[in-house]
Design a protein. Sequence first.
Lengths: 113, 395
Amino acid sequence: MKYMMLVCADESIELSDEEQAQIGPATDAWVTEMDGRGVRLEGHQLRSAADATTVKVRGGDLLIADGPFAETKEQIAGFDLLECADLDEAIEVASKHPVARFGVLELRPFWTD
Amino acid sequence: MAALIGMTGDWDLAEECAQDAFAQALKTWPRDGVPRRPGAWLTTVARNRALDRLRRGAAEAAKLREAATLSRAHDDAPGGDDSGIRDDRLRLIFTCCHPALPLEARVALTLRTLAGLTTAEIARAFMVGEETMAKRLVRAKGKIRDARIPYRVPPAHLLPERTAGVLGVLYLLFNEGYSASAGADLVRQGLCAEAIRLARALTELMPDEPEALGLLALMYLHDARRATRVDGSGDLVRLEDQDRTRWDRAEIEEGTRVLDAALRRSRPGPYQVQAAIAACHATAAVPADTDWAQIAQLYGRLAALLPSPVVELNRAVAVAMADGPAAGLALVEALGAAGALSGYHLLPATRADLLLRLGRRDEAAASFAAALDLAATDAERRYLTRRLAELSDRQ
């Protein structure tokens, strides 16, 4: 089963210099492990919400605005596409992501017929 | 008769089946001889007759479900399962209680799939509309399917945390059987038997989990009193008025034995404390022997583990018994002022009782009336009406 894993964090959270320095290497390590296990298919870090653009077409009009689409405390910071045996495996994979310690990860199953 | 009534919840049916059994005895005993255990013979014949009648009653789908649950419970060996993880019901309950499901969905799903309650019955238990509950169940099953929640008992490393969720669900299930939150029947023995069965299976699977033992002990100690909780008219009998000679001594002993096993682990928890409170009551031969000071202290410990206004209310009752009604009333008034129990009929009912014991009759009457407005079952309403009537009779 494929899951979209959305990596979300409150951009205003102040991490210590040490924690901040850790995130990069820790994430690389996570990626390496999960790629190796075959549970991660692809993924990427995303630019901050300030760089987002929203697009709507209403009544034939194209409406563009400065993003993000939802005004929430936590914003999407990255995504990973997982393929796991079941939700418990996806949970285990997500729980090991460094952002899980201060952010929130959402697991959304793919639509299958 | 009591066994049949407890089983079927239907007085007329129970009576007819008992009569049928006697008629049957009159026919066959002269021919075949009186059986070695005539009481058991009669009970079995009457019970089978009742099950038969229930099965044929198409309109009584709910009772049918209950009969199926009961006959399963009665047919099983008293020693319990030795199937451990292979028990399909355990697989199912861990799946139903998966943390990815919303809590209310876990409870509803367990009640629906394991206890066989109808959607309507579950809706009543949680005081929501039937359509709301139906949607909740559909969504829960949908999530299990769409998110691929695995159908299994969790692996060892996940088992402890997943167990806490299961215990909560079983406790709610037992309570549904012990005192229905709406409707005419107060005791539904079949659900209690099912809850006990599942709890026992869980303790066999996790013999070192003290809270599972605590929960089982609590269920036994409550269940031991089921014959005396409700009187002939289906009315509530207060603990102090219950005929203690009709409490199931064997079940009480089993409950205290299981509780001792739990306490030996030295890892206290809310179920163990609640079981200890129940044990204080169950081991008092007469109400006057009850160690209320100990009970008040235990409620204090429970409040520390499980802060809740209902726990505080129970503590107030115990304090009133140990230190006098004025002390208890002070705690009850504080709870009333805090507002967390508005809508809960036992708050004004308790207040009324304490006021009465202090001789403040008019205030007591007003409080009983307020409780009556909030009562949810017929049995509770009858009980409160009676107390109000007693008050005016004694003018």
